[in-house]
Design a protein around this ligand. Structure first.
Ligand code: WTA
Length: 643
């Protein structure tokens, strides 16, 4: 049986929400949803306060996700302006550069206000207005925060693309949302290495005729060629004022698009809107992390993922927090870096991914114990299931047994945490994200859609809307409905498997669809397969997940070559490099097996179940292979398994 960690006394006494409080919030959300949500919404600063809350329906006939529809607000004003009067001189953003020898930078709310206004005026001068899409392809530098918040200020829709994506992946995302303007930097830096962001944008631009303006932030000072469409940010910024009114936005006006991988096809543009999203980011940041003024909050994600959106920027800033942004890598210059940053900035709460913990754990405790870490009060994780061993290491070694571990389960689609502990209210079990937050309605179902009660294992659904829910797939409402609301009619299907124990605790078991969670990042098997088959020597490819000690899941690719092509190690590395170039390093296969044939049914469908088993090394239980068109291919696959 899993052991339980009770709420520590200091938390039981001092937290905003205690056990009774959590139960009361959940009960209120059930009993009077409208009253509950309108009351919660008051934590934001509304230009016009909403009088309606949830007007969503998951049914096909009147399908819609809509919250606080008659309210008006500006998200950037909520994150900055409203804090000016009482904490204008408090630090809003701490920037810790890649190189520890360099000085950190600090921006007060007042300074952030100026920077964001200036960025907003630069965008306006370029003709960007409400509803226009701006693609942001920046490293983890303060300008990334300024650019994002500047879009929110003027009502432009940002689409942040992770700096690790290739020119091709970037071009696809620029095209999909039809953005005419990209903000980038000369180069990015990570772990002492340079990332040629501007060169990547140049390569992408060749494929996107509609891209007419590229604004380049000078980050490293590298020489980069400037074409007709390119402008230096610092030159444009010199000519604009630091005063820019915040655009009043309807609660349901779009705030951002963020591309994420699914089971099939190209990445989807997940759309979040203004009111509900900001409320959810802000509320969950408070519920899960109980932030207090003066504390230093550090979410060690990249701004290119939803965690960076919700918990580096929107949630904490809406709550008036001091948020730390880190340009570097946990393992550079050595495995002590995270803990040194914690000490240097007296970080109170650290929020990171299990994969980072596993990478640091294997370097040994000395890198941790050499540091002080006494400023820490809470530790959070997100992005993938955390194995109990990593959980205990985080709790016992990093937190010296003092800090509750806040394991938050959620998704790009959910906007913020959904199943998670509250530090003053929830006893913890290593490996469990614990309980649904107030207002969140999960259900477990079997394959047929029968709802399972009590202790059970099945597929995880959410049966009614919550404020942070995504509103649509950009430009494709039908794909939104088909992807999430047709597997189990009337509910949102998460794509995750989950077990609920006798105490009602939820244990996420991982994706049950064709999404692989690599180091906490989502990768669609179909995307990697399409990249592989683009190679002239490849006839066919099938990609599955496999267990990986640090990444959680790795990528295992089966490749069938064209007739007459020799399978050798040189070609194997060439194909791995190829995927890296086509999509980005996060998509590079960890194992690649040449397969003369793939296991297919007589109707030609690849049997991924068998491929998964072989990749996992679990070849004793391949199940029934008699329905295969050619059962003999399986013997070859088993015999030539790699890794
Ligand atoms: C997985 C990241 C277990 C899950 C915020 C989900 C988790 C996918 C957890 C979403 C967790 C996220 N425990 N699994 N605490 N958090 N996941 O969209 O499979 O990048 O569906 O959002 O990550 O990944 P995404």
């Amino acid at each position: 049986m899993a052991d339980t960690y009770p709420v520590p006394a200091v938390w039981a006494e001092g937290a905003r929400v205690d056990v009774g409080g959590r139960a009361a919030l959940s009960a209120q959300a059930e009993a009077d949803p409208t009253g509950f949500w309108l009351k919660q919404a008051r934590r934001l600063d509304w230009i016009v306060p909403p009088t309606v809350a949830d007007e969503s329906s998951f049914e096909e006939a009147d399908f819609d996700i809509r919250w606080f529809a008659d309210g008006q607000l500006n998200v950037a004003a909520n994150c900055i302006d409203r804090h000016l009067s009482d904490r204008g001189d408090a630090v809003a953003l701490i920037w810790e550069p890649d190189d520890p020898a360099e000085e950190a930078r600090r921006y007060t709310f007042r300074a952030l206000h100026q920077e964001v206004n200036r960025f907003a005026n630069v965008l306006k001068a370029e003709g960007v207005g409400k509803g226009d899409r701006v693609t942001i392809y920046l490293p983890m530098i303060p300008e990334a925060a300024f650019a994002v918040l500047a879009c929110a200020r003027i009502g432009a829709i940002h689409s942040v693309v992770f700096g690790g994506f290739s020119p091709d992946a970037l071009a696809g995302r620029i095209t999909d949302c039809d953005s005419r303007l990209v903000v980038t930097a000369d180069e990015g830096r990570r772990g002492g290495k340079r990332i040629p962001l501007k060169a990547n944008v140049d390569a992408a631009a060749e494929r996107v005729p509609g891209l007419t303006r590229v604004i380049v932030v000078r980050a490293t000072g590298a020489e980069v060629p400037m074409a007709e469409r390119d402008r230096w940010y610092h030159e444009l910024a010199a000519d604009v004022s630091a005063d820019c009114p915040a655009e009043p936005m309807a609660a349901e006006d779009p705030l951002f698009i963020l591309y994420t991988s699914g089971s099939t096809g190209k990445p989807k543009g997940v759309l979040h809107t203004s009111g509900g999203y900001l409320l959810w980011a802000s509320l969950t940041h408070e519920w899960c992390f109980d932030y207090r003024p003066g504390e230093v909050w550090w979410c060690a994600a990249d701004i290119g993922w939803v965690t960076g959106h919700s918990y580096i920027l929107y949630g904490p800033l809406a709550n008036g927090a001091t948020t730390l942004m880190f340009e570097g890598l946990p393992t550079w210059p050595d495995a002590s870096r995270i803990w040194q940053v914690v000490d240097r900035h007296q970080v109170t709460t650290l929020f990171t991914a299990p994969t980072a913990l596993r990478a640091l754990m294997k370097e040994g405790d000395a890198f941790v114990t050499a540091t002080d870490r006494s400023s820490l009060k809470l530790l959070g994780t997100v992005g993938e299931p955390i194995n109990p061993e990593a959980w205990r290491w985080y709790h016992d070694v990093v937190g010296a047994g003092r800090c509750p571990i806040i394991d938050t389960w959620w998704q790009t689609e959910t906007g913020g945490a959904m199943i998670a502990p509250m530090p003053g209210a929830t006893a913890l079990k290593p490996g469990s994200a614990t309980l649904p937050l107030p207002g969140v309605a999960p259900a477990l179902v079997d394959e047929k859609g029968t709802v399972l009660e009590g202790a059970a294992e099945g597929n995880l659904l959410i049966t009614r809307s919550w404020p942070g829910q995504m509103r649509t797939v950009w430009g494709d409402q039908d794909r939104f409905f088909q992807t999430y609301f047709t597997t189990y009619r009337g509910s949102y299907f998460t794509g995750d498997g989950c077990r609920r124990d006798a105490d009602g605790y939820y244990w996420i078991t991982g994706r049950v669809d064709d999404v692989i969670n690599v180091s906490g990042h989502r990768m669609g098997t179909a995307e990697v397969e399409s990249a592989l088959v683009l190679h002239p020597k490849v006839a066919e490819a099938a990609v599955v997940g496999m267990p990986h000690v640090v990444k959680g899941q790795g990528i295992y690719a089966y490749v069938t070559l064209n007739a007459g092509v020799a399978a050798d190690d040189a070609l194997r590395s060439e194909l791995v490099q190829w995927v890296r170039r086509e999509i980005g390093a996060i998509a590079a296969p960890d194992a690649l097996q040449f397969a003369p044939g793939l296991p297919k049914t007589r109707s030609g469908k690849i049997m991924r179940r068998i491929l998964r088993k072989i990749a996992e090394g679990d070849v004793s239980s391949l199940g029934d292979t008699s329905t295969l068109a050619d059962p003999a291919v399986v013997d070859d696959l088993v015999a030539n398994r790699v890794g």
